[in-house]
Design a protein around this ligand. Structure first.
Ligand code: ACO
Length: 320
C-alpha cells in the first residue's frame, strides 16, 4: 500500500498530575485508579495551548523525517476539539510551521489517528500527495467534568505526529463506525442563538464506562485480527501491538484473547499519560521509535476504539 513513516514526534504538557493529586479533587484513590485502569499520572495543560503542543510535535516529526514544511502536500489533524471551531487545528499548524498545503481535521475521537492514516492512504493511492503530516492530539482536560470521578481520572492531554512519505509499508487499514450518541458523548456547550429552545449543556465528556469497556475489548480483538488477516499475515508475524491506551485491563483482556504476541510487546504508556484519545497512538509510536525499539521490517499492529462509536486498526511495517 501507499506510505511509509519517515519521522515521528510528540508533545505533552509539563504538568504531570498524580493519582494522589486527583484524590484531592474527587473522591478517589491511587489504589482504585491503578488497579482499575493502570493509570498513575496524566499530563494536564496549564500554560500550554493545543497549538503550542501540536506545533512542537509536528516540528519534531518533520525534523526526524528531514522534510521541510514547504514540501508537505497535506496536513491532517485528528482531534475532537482544536483551538478553534474554525479554523481547523490542521490549518493553525499549517500557518505556524510555514507549510503551504491543504489542511483539515478529522474527528473520530480515540480512533481519530487511524482514521487520519486511512484518509492519508487514499491521498497517496490517488497519487495526489508525496509527503503528508498526520497529527493526533487532544486537550481533554478542557472538556472533562472535574466533579465526575468515573471519567476525570481517565483522561490526559497530549499527542504526537508522523510524517509520511511514499512507500509500501502500510499493509492494511480498516475503520468502522457504529453510531451511538448515548454511551459516550460530549456536547458543544453553550448555544448562542436567542431562538434555540433547548437547554445548553456544558461540553463535558459523558461515558457509560461499562458499555464502552465491553465494546472496547471486542473491538480490539476483532480489529487486530482483521487488520492482520488483511495484511496477509498471522498473529505470529506481529512484532509489536500498539493498542489504544484507555485501560490496562482492556489491553490485558485483548492480549489474552489474541495470543501469539508476548504481553510485553503490547506497547503501553497509559501509566504516564492516561487516555489522550487521538493522541495516544502517536505518543506510543514516538516513544518506542526514539527509544530505538523498532527495527526495520518489524510488523506493528495498531488498534483504537472510542467515541462514535468508532474503531480503527492497521498493520504497518517499520521502514526506517
Ligand atoms: N474512584 C473510586 N471509585 C470509583 C471511581 C473512582 N475514580 N470511579 C467509579 N468508582 C466506583 C463506582 O462508583 C462504583 O462504585 P459502586 O460499586 O459503589 O457503585 C465502583 O467504583 C465500580 O465502578 P465501575 O464503573 O463498575 O468500575 P469499573 O471497574 O468498570 O471501571 C472504568 C470503570 C475504568 C471507567 C472502566 O469501565 C473502563 O475503563 N471503561 C472503558 C473506558 C474507555 O475505554 N473509554 C474509551 C473511550 S474515551 C473517548 O473516546 C474520549
Amino acid at each position: 500500500m501507499s506510505f511509509t513513516i519517515l519521522g515521528t514526534g510528540m508533545a505533552v504538557p509539563k504538568y504531570s498530575m498524580t493519582n494522589d493529586e486527583m484524590s484531592k479533587i474527587v473522591d478517589t484513590s491511587d489504589e482504585w485508579i491503578r488497579t482499575r485502569t493502570g493509570i498513575q499520572q496524566r499530563r494536564i495543560c496549564t500554560t500550554e495551548t493545543i497549538t503550542d503542543l501540536t506545533v512542537e510535535a509536528s516540528l519534531k516529526a518533520l525534523d526526524e523525517a528531514k522534510v521541510d514544511p514547504k514540501e508537505l502536500d497535506l496536513i491532517i489533524c485528528a482531534t475532537l476539539r482544536g483551538e478553534y471551531i474554525t479554523p481547523s487545528q490542521a490549518c493553525v499548524i499549517q500557518s505556524k510551521i510555514g507549510a503551504v498545503c491543504p489542511a483539515f481535521d478529522v474527528n473520530a475521537a480515540c480512533s481519530g489517528f487511524v482514521y487520519a492514516l486511512d484518509v492519508a492512504d487514499s491521498f497517496f493511492s490517488s497519487g495526489k500527495v508525496k509527503k503528508v503530516l498526520v497529527v493526533g492530539f487532544e486537550n481533554l482536560s478542557n472538556i472533562t467534568n472535574w466533579e465526575d470521578r468515573s471519567t476525570c481520572v481517565l483522561f490526559g492531554d497530549g499527542g504526537g505526529a508522523v510524517v509520511l512519505g511514499e512507500g509500501d509499508d502500510l499493509l492494511s487499514i480498516h475503520t468502522t463506525a457504529k453510531g451511538n450518541p448515548d454511551v459516550l458523548y460530549a456536547p458543544h456547550g453553550e448555544n448562542c442563538s436567542p431562538f434555540y429552545k433547548h437547554e445548553s449543556e456544558k461540553p463535558h465528556i459523558h461515558m457509560n464506562g461499562n458499555e464502552v469497556y465491553k465494546f472496547a475489548v471486542t473491538s480490539m480483538v476483532r480489529g487486530i485480527r482483521k487488520a492482520v488477516k488483511d495484511a496477509g499475515l498471522t498473529m505470529e508475524d506481529v512484532t509489536y501491538v500498539v493498542p489504544h491506551q484507555a485501560n490496562l485491563r482492556i489491553i490485558d483482556a485483548a492480549a489474552e484473547r489474541l495470543g501469539a504476541v508476548p504481553r510485553e510487546n503490547y506497547l503501553c504508556n497509559i501509566q504516564n499519560y492516561g487516555n489522550t484519545s487521538a493522541g495516544c497512538m502517536p505518543i506510543v509510536l514516538d516513544e518506542a521509535n526514539k527509544a530505538g525499539k523498532f527495527k526495520k521490517g518489524d510488523i506493528i499492529a495498531m488498534c483504537a476504539f472510542g467515541g462514535g462509536l468508532t474503531t480503527g486498526s492497521c498493520v504497518i511495517r517499520w521502514g526506517k
